[in-house]
Design a binder for this molecule. Structure first.
Ligand SMILES: Cc1cc2nc3c(=O)[nH]c(=O)nc-3n(C[C@H](O)[C@H](O)[C@H](O)COP(=O)(O)O)c2cc1C
Length: 227
């Protein structure tokens, strides 16, 4: 059932501009405050913002599963760590990736990833965004996939942007999906009709000063009229 709020509710945040939020929402792994609880009201506000994202036919097929219970977080983190050890699919090469895996930038990411792996169970909240599907066959074509992922990822990213505005850090991860079914069983998700999309830690950040990250210049990826 869809409702239109009579007025948007925006509790005070950091007061960042849209461009600041868009350019400084980093993957936060080392600067997560593991000691400060995250109030549910703040999460509810971020989710309310996220729900304004577009989705195919405005079906809003997303579900946000937050894990707060300490024992469950530990079990989730254990699955995530095992997923991290599984090599990701796909070939890495200059024609395919703009990341140089021999670079200092990659070393920095690796170190921060190891830190997150060590502490994931201590993060106050873990979020797994999900998508409802008629069946997993929906994901068997590119059009089906585009409609499916496109109907949940904008909302997830909006959540991460709203979290940043409220002083919370997030980091998009997908490694646990190597064990998606096991995670579904742990959290009681119906595997056949609910697809997990990612997992992010959610915690207040240590300091709120984040800068734009290293990215290719537009000339490297913008095409006009032809490839
Ligand atoms: C689809 C996707 C999958 C990702 N998977 C992981 C992951 O499994 N583990 C992790 O620590 N970060 C993961 N990341 C985070 C990226 O490493 C991060 O977005 C990228 O390095 C840019 O970081 P920055 O915005 O802080 O510069 C993922 C990001 C995306 C969008």
């Amino acid at each position: 059932m869809t409702t239109t709020p009579s007025r948007p509710v925006f509790p005070p945040g950091l007061g960042l501009s849209a461009v600041e939020v868009l350019t400084t929402t980093r993957a936060v792994r080392r600067r997560l405050d593991l000691t400060r609880p995250v109030p549910r009201e703040v999460i509810e506000e971020c989710v309310r913002v996220a729900a304004q994202a577009p989705s195919g036919r405005n079906r809003q097929r997303w579900d946000f599963v937050f894990v707060e219970d300490a024992a469950t977080r530990a079990a989730v983190a254990d699955i995530w760590r095992r997923g991290l050890a599984v090599p990701p699919a796909g070939i890495e090469g200059p024609q395919y990736s703009r990341m140089n895996f021999g670079s200092r930038e990659w070393t920095r990411i690796r170190i921060s990833l190891d830190h997150l792996a060590e502490h994931l169970h201590e993060v106050p909240l873990l979020l797994i965004p999900c998508l409802r599907v008629g069946s997993r066959a929906e994901l068997s074509t590119v059009r089906g996939q585009a409609g499916a992922w496109g109907s949940v990822i904008p909302a997830f990213w909006s959540f991460m942007l709203a979290a940043r505005e409220h002083g919370l850090g997030t980091a998009w991860t997908t490694c646990h999906l190597s064990y998606e079914r096991e995670m579904a069983e742990l959290l009681g998700l119906p595997y056949d009709t609910v697809v997990q999309v990612a997992l992010t830690p959610v915690a207040y950040t240590i300091g709120t000063d984040f800068k734009p990250g290293p990215r290719a210049e537009p000339g490297a990826f913008v095409h006009w009229d032809r490839w």
